[in-house]
Design a protein around this ligand. Sequence first.
Ligand code: B12
Ligand code: SF4
Ligand code: SF4
Length: 226
Amino acid sequence: MKEKNYQFLKSIAASRGADLFGVADTKLIEKYIYEELKNETAKMPYTVSIGIRLQRAVLNTIIDRPNQIYKTHYRHVNAQLDGITSFMAGEIQRKGYNAIPIAASYIIDWKLQNAHVSHRHVGLEAGLGFWGKNNILVHPEYGAGIRLASLFTDMPLTDDSPIENDCGDCAACIAACPAEAITDDAFEFDKCYQMLRQFSRENNYGVMICGLCVRACADARSKTQS
Ligand code: B12
Ligand code: SF4
Ligand code: SF4
C-alpha cells in the first residue's frame, strides 16, 4: 500500500513536469517547520520533496550577474512547482487523506529569511541530493541547477534515504561566487545576502536572485558525468 501510494504520487509529479521525487520522514525535518503548521504536520508523517531541473541553456546565459531570462525562468519554474504540489494535494484529499502543499519560494519573515519549511532540508532527507559547498542542494547529475518544493501528508508512503555523494575536490562555485561567500569548509551567508541585495537594486529586479554558483555547479556536475 505504501509503495503503491508512492508510485501514484510520483507518476502524478512526473506527468506534470517534475524531474525529481522523494519522500522524507517528517520527524527528521521537524525543526525546520514553521510554528503555524506544527499542529497539522504532527499528524502527517510523510514529507514529499519534488524538484525541477533548470534549463541548461538559460543557465548558460548567466555570465557575471543574474539577468532577465533567469528571472523569468525562475518565476515560471516556481509556478510550475506550486502547480504540481497543489494538484498532488487535491488528488490526496480526493483519496480521503490530508495534505499541505508548501510554495516553492515564499518568505514568511524577511528579517529571519525563513519559510514554512526548508525545501533544502526536506530534499536532503528525501535523497534528492547532497549539501553543497555553495550551501544549496546538489543533485549528483544536475548539480545545484534544481528548484524544489515540498508537501506534507498523512497518506502512507515509502520513505527514501539521504544519498552518500559529496562535493569532493570540486571548487567550481568557490571561483564563481562574486561575493567570496563560499570556501571549502564554510559558507558566509551575509556576504551572499548583501550581493543579492545589490543585484536586486542595480537591476530593479524585485527578486533576490544570482545564479552564478548554480550555473557553475551545473557545469561542473555535467562534466563529472560525461
Ligand atoms: C529565504 C530564501 C533565500 C534567502 C536566504 C535564506 C537562507 N537562510 O539561506 C536569500 C534571498 C539570500 C536566498 C538566496 C538564494 N536562494 Co533561496 N531561498 C529562500 C527560501 C524561500 C527560504 C529559506 C529558508 O527556509 N530558510 C530558513 C532556514 C532554517 O532553512 P535553510 O536556509 O534551508 O537552512 C539553513 C540552516 O538550516 C543551516 N543548517 C542547519 N542544519 C544544517 C545541516 C547541514 C548539513 C548544513 C550544511 C546546513 C545546516 O544552514 C542552512 C543554510 O543557511 C527557500 C525556499 C524554501 N522554502 O526552502 C529558497 C531556496 C533555499 N533558495 C534557493 C536558491 C536557488 C537560491 C539562490 C541561488 C538564488 C537564486 N535563485 O539565484 C541563492 C543561494 C544562496 C545560498 N548559496 O545559500 C533554492 C535552493 C534550491 C537547491 N537546489 O537547494 C530554494 C530551496 C528555493 C527553491 N524553491 O528551490 N534564498
Ligand atoms: S547566490 Fe551568488 S552570491 Fe550567493 S553564494 Fe551563490 S554565487 Fe555567491
Ligand atoms: S560547484 Fe562543486 S563544490 Fe560547489 S556545490 Fe557544486 S559540486 Fe560542490
